[in-house]
Design a protein around this ligand. Structure first.
Ligand code: FAD
Ligand code: FES
Length: 371
């Protein structure tokens, strides 16, 4: 192992694949303070200093609508501000005695200016962490962060003709793209079609209304679905007659994204359509549940068939890798060493010797994972 790899090893799973200077220094600290100086010592000096994990402090919670809020976070040492507009972060909060992780798109433009990042969260009905973030989290809370990632990103320079299609909280990654284009003085011709049930539900409404002054090529259409009807591909292509000439980024409910995908594919334009899904569609299936053993950590937990193996591991205190938490990125894949697991999207069973995506799989009887 070379010196650089030896230094990097202790913090390797927490850090961005891009090796920034700050990340390298952070890794060096992790190695140099292991095992002589515990991480908690750094934490005592400043809660944002950690050589082993990315951390941040919530510095502002700002209401966007009655059910959504922008959360401004000051990341600690080692965070890579050089992310791509449209990417998401993982955020972990300690609530009711355990860490809960979710993914949220960054709404801030990249860059170290202000050394702040932001996300915007819509409280899901009965949603545990989204409700806590919108209605309950106090400023000053220390959170864990997973480095920005994701392929739903705006290239630099952006294309000359762009169409953004968003609905509800799906506007969040597009806000980062729009703010980045405004900051960089992009000359693109941009149409943004957004939908929400009523005017009071439109996140960033004031900013959208005035964005044209900072971004001259920007036009926005907001469709209020309760009075103006549903936003579907037919409505969008009627609103934007030159849709075939535009690169498209779309984010919103699964049904809308599936319709767009079919429409653009039929038109032979699948390559110009970029989609971001916030949720995974589960088949009408669940595992039978069982006792899951995480061999590396020695933790064991009994779960029902709707709980994912990733959630089970986190609940039991086993350290499992994860990225998107929705079956896309493959970061969470681990081998099954005994028993069976079931993929909650397809109902497909995986047996001993196979590898399983823990974020979208549950137990089909007792099983052991090499994790
Ligand atoms: C890449 C990515 C980016 C995301 N960006 C954002 C963002 O910018 N803003 C934002 O508000 N959310 C975003 N999400 C969704 C977010 O990660 C959470 O899933 C969401 O906030 C709900 O979490 P919860 O703890 O409140 O719900 P939970 O308590 O985990 O779930 C409550 C119920 O809602 C269902 N559910 C969970 N999430 C969704 C969903 N998104 N759509 C439909 N049903 C769901 C669950 O199956 C469950 O039945 C993103 C997700 C991904 C994968
Ligand atoms: S965390 Fe991305 S596929 Fe499981």
């Amino acid at each position: 192992m070379g010196l650089k790899e030896w230094i990097a090893e202790p913090a390797a799973d927490q850090l961005s694949a891009k090796r920034t200077r700050a990340a390298w220094l952070r890794e060096a600290a992790a190695r140099l303070t292991t095992p002589l100086l515990p991480d908690d010592y750094l934490h005592l000096v400043n809660p944002l200093w950690s050589a082993r994990e990315l951390r941040g402090r919530i510095v502002e919670v700002r209401a966007e609508t009655a059910t959504s809020a922008t959360i401004v976070i000051k990341p600690g040492w080692g965070f890579d501000f050089d992310y791509e507009p449209g990417q998401y972060i993982g955020i972990g909060l300690h609530v009711d005695g355990r860490w809960h992780w979710r993914s949220y798109s960054l709404t801030s433009p990249p860059g170290r200016e202000g050394k702040r990042i932001s996300i915007a969260v819509k409280a899901m009905p009965e949603g545990f962490l989204s409700s806590h973030l919108v209605n309950g989290v106090p400023s000053g809370t220390i959170v864990r962060l997973a480095a920005p990632t994701g392929n739903f990103a705006l290239p630099d320079p952006p294309p000359s003709k762009v169409l953004f299609v968003t609905a509800g909280s799906g506007i969040t990654p597009i806000m980062s793209m729009l703010r980045t284009m405004a900051r960089r003085g992009a000359a693109s011709d941009i149409v943004h079609v957004h939908s929400a049930p009523v005017a009071d539900d439109v996140m960033f409404a004031d900013e959208l209304a005035t964005l044209g002054t900072r971004l001259p090529g920007f036009r926005s259409h907001v469709q209020l679905t309760r009075s103006q009807g549903k936003l579907d591909p037919a409505a969008i292509t009627e609103l934007v007659p030159d849709w075939r000439e535009r690169r498209v980024w779309a984010c919103g409910p699964l049904a809308l994204l599936d319709e767009l995908e079919a429409y653009w594919t039929n038109a032979g334009l699948a390559g110009s359509l970029h989609l971001e899904r916030f949720a995974v569609s589960r088949a009408d299936t669940s595992g039978q549940g069982g006792t899951v053993t995480f061999a590396k950590s020695g933790k064991t937990v009994t779960i029902d068939g709707a709980t994912t193996l990733l959630e089970a591991g986190e609940g039991a205190g086993a350290l499992l890798p994860f990225g998107c938490r929705m079956g896309i990125c493959q970061t969470c894949v681990v081998p099954i060493t005994s028993g069976h697991a079931i993929d909650l999207r397809s109902g497909k069973q995986h047996a001993e010797g196979e590898r399983v995506q823990t974020c979208i799989s549950s137990a089909a009887g007792d099983c052991t994972l090499d994790a």
